[in-house]
Design a protein around this ligand. Sequence first.
Ligand SMILES: Cc1cc2nc3c(=O)[nH]c(=O)nc-3n(C[C@H](O)[C@H](O)[C@H](O)COP(=O)(O)O)c2cc1C
Length: 176
Amino acid sequence: MNTLVLYYSRTGNNRLVAQRIAERLACDIDEIRPALGSFFFLLLGSAMKAGLGNRKLARDPGDYDRVILCGPIWMGTVVLPLRSFLLKYRKRIKSLAFVTACGSDETSKSGGFGYETVFGKFRDILGPAFAKGYALPVTLAAPAGAVSTKIVLDETNFTGEIASRYEAVVEELGRA
Ligand SMILES: Cc1cc2nc3c(=O)[nH]c(=O)nc-3n(C[C@H](O)[C@H](O)[C@H](O)COP(=O)(O)O)c2cc1C
């Protein structure tokens, strides 16, 4: 399957995940870069469902059979750079899987800030083109009690449970 990996990442976690997936599946990768860099405006825009755009992508997602999109969750929203991307390309995306290195976990996934709730928002935007959401809770890579919004994934802590979760995700994506 002709796959494009796209990512938006503010603090690097989803970049690390996206790069690993693209390397493993040997597919193209591109970065979603918001037109506006200010985190304050991106956060506000995410909450208000604003429509600020992104910079032009180097590759056209409509040319691919599948997009694997990686990015964070903020305050239970489809973050603005991802929302802008989805709204721009939703008619041309054939199939999209969303992989998020996020703060929520199994216990909080269905709450207001949880990843399952956010996957539902992706489905609302994309309809049947939304294939599946996968979560890699960053708390799996940190000592118990660490503040989830401050955890930074790197080569040293991307081990153990989070690495096995990643393996399961990439294997499933590789089979599709
Ligand atoms: C302001 C803020 C709000 C967040 N809200 C959520 C949330 O509602 N649900 C969640 O699962 N994670 C939440 N997180 C955690 C991020 O999704 C997590 O830190 C992610 O790995 C950051 O990805 P990045 O390094 O690729 O930017 C939040 C993080 C920040 C900074």
